[in-house]
Design a protein around this ligand. Structure first.
Ligand code: RTP
Ligand code: MG
Length: 148
């Protein structure tokens, strides 16, 4: 089953949006297979955002993503990579549609609440960068007749 890497950025954690964001993906029907609150090192940030290292905002991006804890997650489901990107909205919250996470909670492009992998290749790379295989728990939903 397809997996993606999603991360509540430091602004989202500071603004108490972890629950809101987890809730949206759970209610959509995706399955959480790994999650942790963590502090990103400079090395990990530079590796994660390596594709942007020549861009003028790279320094700011690394400073911001290492400025406080993030909530790193792996989610599983059919077409989850693309659908999660759609649920996040456009990179610049000013252009993100209402109803999307960035459209509902973001204001500026530098602090846009959430990260999500943008392709199958980046999903695999980012999952392996942030998680050990043993931290991921894939499971089948059980017969729920015992839950009331
Ligand atoms: P992300 O990687 O964080 O999920 O965001 P994204 O794919 O939607 O956007 P991307 O092009 O990968 O940019 C990575 C992050 O860099 C910041 N950014 N700042 N100042 C600027 O013009 C600018 N442009 C991009 C954003 O925080 C973006 O999420
Ligand atoms: Mg990106």
């Amino acid at each position: 089953m397809e997996k993606t890497f999603l991360m509540v950025k430091p602004d989202g954690v500071q603004r108490n949006l972890i629950g809101e964001i987890v809730n949206r993906f759970e209610r959509k029907g995706f399955q959480l297979v790994g999650a942790k609150l963590m502090q990103i090192s400079n090395e990990l940030a530079s590796e994660h955002y390596g594709e942007h290292k020549e861009r003028p905002f790279f320094g700011e991006l690394v400073d911001f993503i290492t400025s406080g804890p993030v909530f790193a997650m792996v989610w599983e489901g059919e077409n989850v990579i693309k659908t999660a990107r759609e649920m996040m909205g456009k990179t610049n919250p000013a252009e993100a549609a209402p109803g999307t996470i960035r459209g509902d909670f973001g204001v500026t492009v530098g602090k846009n609440v959430i990260h999500g992998s943008d392709s199958p290749e980046s999903a695999e790379r980012e999952i392996n960068l942030f998680f050990d295989q043993k931290e991921l728990v894939s499971y089948t939903k059980q017969d729920q007749s015992w839950i009331y």
